[in-house]
Design a protein around this ligand. Structure first.
Ligand code: C2O
Ligand code: CU
Ligand code: CU
Length: 481
């Protein structure tokens, strides 16, 4: 697998997966649970890089989190077994201080993991060929069909980099051809910072009527049962697996519907990462610098309506598609924690440093806390009232959302349960949004595989997946002992 820079004027880079001599950009890899992954990463960027497999349970050596970056010109072997449940996982660079720029440049790949339950669901949906699709949705600043390079202002670094157009697996104005019947979509929000409120509309040009769909799964695979929905929030790095019946329709547009993005904090600064000074940017000036407002012509605020892609339905309308199965997976129970007090984390805003976890800027050599191998814990993650939504991500382990409190109105209205959980909280998660003034309780199980690779201390990270926040130090390391 080669990581290289393509046209620097467009600010685009790509992963080129070298598959037996065939070079594929924007790779979508498919593995069965239990398969071995075996690749060599060659870094042809002018900056350090790593590849992190987001959502997979890997040893520290294979997690690619940036403890050991791959220098320009160097290579690294990646070898592991895919042990996770079937689901949509993904991979992207994670060298601290360069993550946002490299991901924005297009260094994103998808990994679809399948297993017997996943195959049984496809069979039950009687999916036509081409009706199962995995898509990475991202936003970029586009003018005249060209991408503007990544050059964030201080304002962009504080709130995140927002574009004006959607890219789907790297393409603008994506049309996805499908045929009548069920369509199964596995969608990743690969944006640096933009939250999406995913909705499907028919006749979108005349305002449109929304087409309901079914939530099948979340970050870490299938739910126990499908949940009917009309719209779901999908923040950076979150995934959804959905089924939508397109029978008898011609064209359905996926949009991010307008919502209040809850950016409450203003006028802060973000810490600048010193490692940045030693390497050139991928395209023009890409360092968070004070001054300069926003690239206003190419900026669409977070929460504004944004068209994502269009499903164009072909083929003759046949018989009605089969009913959705009532059970679709044996979702593991949320681990019951011991009676120990929850581990508390606070997401704070400070005008001098921007957003931080527990008021502590990231340091590569710091370990915020250690957990015992096999321990079960409850984490209480609280966002301050003067803040913005933070999609918080945990490396190494999926978790379950137990409860939300203090959720703001429009999100709260999507909750189906007295626990305040949203439909997207009902499955295995590795990234979860925490809105301002909200508190989440998460159940974690730190059981690691028994292989040699996982022996000894393993370091992982917990961070905000708004990538400007991640590079801006909203990250902590923890260790499993
Ligand atoms: Cu998607 Cu720490 O990463
Ligand atoms: Cu990750
Ligand atoms: Cu954040």
């Amino acid at each position: 697998m080669i990581v290289e820079r393509s046209d620097p004027l467009l600010g685009r880079c790509r992963y080129v997966a070298d598959l037996g001599g065939q070079q594929v950009a924007h790779p979508v890899l498919v593995a069965r649970r239990g398969d071995r992954f075996d690749a060599t990463i060659e870094n042809r960027l002018p900056q350090p890089t790593t590849i992190h497999f987001h959502g997979l349970t890997l040893s520290e050596a294979q997690d690619g989190a940036g403890f050991e970056a791959i220098a320009p010109g160097a290579s690294k072997a990646l070898r592991f077994e895919v042990k996770n449940r079937a689901g949509l996982y993904w991979f992207h660079p994670h060298p601290h201080g360069f993550t946002a720029e490299q991901v924005h440049a297009g260094l994103v790949g998808l990994l679809v993991v399948t297993d017997a339950e996943d195959a049984a669901l496809d069979a039950a949906l009687a999916l036509a060929p081409g009706n199962r699709v995995a898509l990475a949705l991202a936003d970029a600043r586009v003018a005249g069909g060209l991408l503007r390079p990544y050059a964030p202002s201080a304002e962009d670094c504080l709130h995140g980099w927002f574009g004006n157009r959607a890219l789907v697996n790297g393409a603008l104005d994506a049309q996805v051809p499908v045929s009548n019947g069920w369509v199964r979509l596995q969608l990743l929000n690969a944006s640096n910072a933009r939250g999406l409120l995913l909705e499907f509309r028919e006749h979108a040009r005349d305002g449109g009527t929304s087409v309901p769909f079914h939530l099948l799964g979340t970050d870490g695979g299938l739910l126990a049962a499908p949940v009917p929905v009309v719209r779901v929030f999908l923040y950076s790095a979150e995934r959804v697996d959905i089924a939508i019946d397109v029978s008898g329709r011609r064209e359905i547009t996926a949009v991010s519907a307008a919502f209040d993005p809850r950016h409450q904090a203003r006028d802060g600064r973000v810490a600048h990462h010193p490692a940045r000074d030693q390497y050139p940017p991928l395209a023009v000036d890409t360092i968070c610098a004070p001054g300069s407002g926003r690239d206003a012509a190419y900026f669409l605020p977070d929460g504004a309506e944004l068209a994502l892609f269009t499903l164009s339905v072909g083929g003759a309308a046949g018989a009605a598609p089969p009913p959705l199965p009532a059970r679709i997976s044996t979702l593991p129970e949320a681990a019951a924690a011991a009676d120990a007090a929850p581990r508390r984390m606070r997401l704070d805003f400070d005008e001098r440093t921007g957003f931080l976890i527990d008021q502590t800027p990231y340091r590569l050599d710091e370990i915020a806390f250690s957990v015992a191998r096999g321990a079960r814990e409850i984490w209480e993650v609280r966002n301050s009232p003067i803040s913005m939504p933070h999609p918080m991500h945990l490396h190494g382990f999926g978790f379950r959302v137990l409860r939300r409190q203090g959720t703001f109105g429009p999100a709260r209205r999507l909750a189906s349960q007295s626990s305040g959980r949203l439909p997207t909280d009902l499955g295995v998660k590795d990234t979860v949004v925490v809105w301002p003034n909200e508190t989440l309780w998460l159940a974690l199980d730190f059981a690691l595989p028994k292989d040699a690779a996982f022996r000894g201390r393993q370091r992982y990270m917990f961070h905000c997946h708004n990538l400007e926040h991640e590079d801006g130090m909203m990250m902590r390391n923890y260790a499993v002992l």
